[in-house]
Design a protein around this ligand. Structure first.
Ligand code: NAD
Ligand code: GLY
Length: 364
């Protein structure tokens, strides 16, 4: 088992990565305040893994309220959140009840927001089951739901007590979802870890073949990068850089997700397209060469990710991007690449260059 720590003073917590962790209740038990959990998952994960986890917890005397939500990004909304509150109240969960999220980023974000707000906050544990959630969304405490105007517009920072990433769950993950996770992994290389980017270029075929050792290393290295960034800027308040850099490709990507309707383009796919748009803009600003942009594009393509966005039209892209959470006093801050492995936040990109970068990445 690999073990990392997210260092946040009294809110610090471990990230455990390994095989067969779902049934190792000895890892979860010490993190519970009382032997009572609300176990939030979705219909698909309930079929695959609920029994394993629930049986293991029941064996050690933990009382479980299972809460099974509909599956998909389109359900990351108030209705699903209310289903969690309703079940927790119906089953008389209290402030000592821990919320466990068993699923991908959608379940983690929803369950985390419920944990942050139920009776003003209860303990929370992340059990991520997608590659994307194991390398990104389960770590760092961002929780929330979507709004028709924009992704993750309503939410809270609420750190988990534990992240338990059982790599065995990736065996049932569809290939398209595996690739979506690879997008966020490539992101760490692009923004702050050039040696990791080079390692990904060498090992992409093995990752796509779900080689266990390679996946475990990629998850550990990604979480290490994320933990360092979060520890330095937990609430994303740094004026330049900081946690916002984890959003490479996200301003463009969120516009694509919202513009198409949630769930049409996977989050990781939108991040891949958005990162290529950011790279194109970085080239226009004189920071990246054409060869480097090609290198980025070809790595995403090798991960079976799309690199061309939908033709929403530049006006619609800009309108959607104007809702971005990095907008300060009406000025859009974009995450761009000064060089490969070095990201910056930048508020001064000329609008015509932003439009040109978007249009160069849209399907003809
Ligand atoms: P997801 O949660 O929708 O999961 C993808 C699909 O895979 C779903 O159909 C799910 O049921 C299925 N699935 C999950 N685990 C499986 C398994 N082991 N085997 C088979 N199928 C499985 O998507 P995701 O990519 O995990 O997460 C995307 C979400 O995460 C987005 O809403 C995004 O905004 C959010 N996110 C949040 C953060 C954060 O810091 N909080 C960071 C990145 C992304
Ligand atoms: N996924 C971006 C963040 O956690 O800050």
């Amino acid at each position: 088992m690999r073990r990392l720590n997210v260092s946040l003073a009294e809110r610090s917590y471990p990230i455990l990565i390994g095989e067969g962790l779902l049934s190792q209740t000895g890892l979860v038990l010490p993190m519970l305040q009382t032997k009572r959990v609300a176990l939030v998952t979705n219909v698909k994960l309930a079929d695959l893994y609920l029994e394993t986890l629930a049986n293991a917890l029941e064996k050690v005397g933990v009382g479980i309220t299972p809460i099974i939500l509909p599956d998909g990004e389109a359900h990351k909304n108030w209705e699903s959140l209310n289903l969690i509150y309703d079940a927790m109240l119906t089953h008389r969960c209290d402030r000592g009840t821990s919320v466990l999220a068993l699923g991908g980023g959608v379940i983690g974000d929803l369950a985390g927001f419920a944990a942050a707000t139920f009776q003003r906050g209860v303990p929370f544990i992340q059990i991520p089951t997608t590659l994307l959630s194991q390398v990104d969304s389960s770590v760092g405490g961002k929780t929330g739901i979507n709004h028709p105007f924009g992704k993750n517009m309503i939410g809270a920072f609420w750190q988990p007590k534990l992240v338990l990433a059982d790599t065995d769950t990736l065996k049932t993950l569809p290939d398209r979802e595996l690739s979506a996770g690879l997008a966020e992994i490539i992101k760490y290389g692009l923004i702050r870890d050039l040696p990791f980017l080079e390692w990904l270029e060498t090992n992409m075929d093995g990752l796509l073949a779900k080689d266990g050792e390679l996946l475990a290393y990629a998850i550990e290295r990604s979480c290490m990068n994320k933990a360092e960034v979060v520890a330095a800027d937990e609430y994303e308040t740094a004026r330049d850089g900081g946690r916002a850099l984890l959003n490479l490709g996200h301003t463009f990507g969120h516009a694509i997700e919202t513009g198409l309707g949630y769930g049409v383009c996977l989050h990781g796919e939108a991040v891949a397209i958005g990162s290529v748009m950011a790279a194109e803009l970085s080239q226009r600003l004189g920071w990246l060469s054409a060869a480097e942009v090609d290198r980025i594009r070809s790595l995403f393509k090798r991960a079976n990710l799309p690199v061309e966005g939908p033709k929403l039209g530049a006006v619609r892209y800009l309108e959607l991007m104007s809702h971005d959470k990095k907008v300060v006093a009406g000025r859009l801050r974009l995450v761009l690449l000064k060089s490969l492995g070095e990201a910056v936040t930048h508020a001064d990109a000329p609008q015509n260059q932003v439009v040109a970068a978007i249009e160069s990445c849209c399907r003809a």
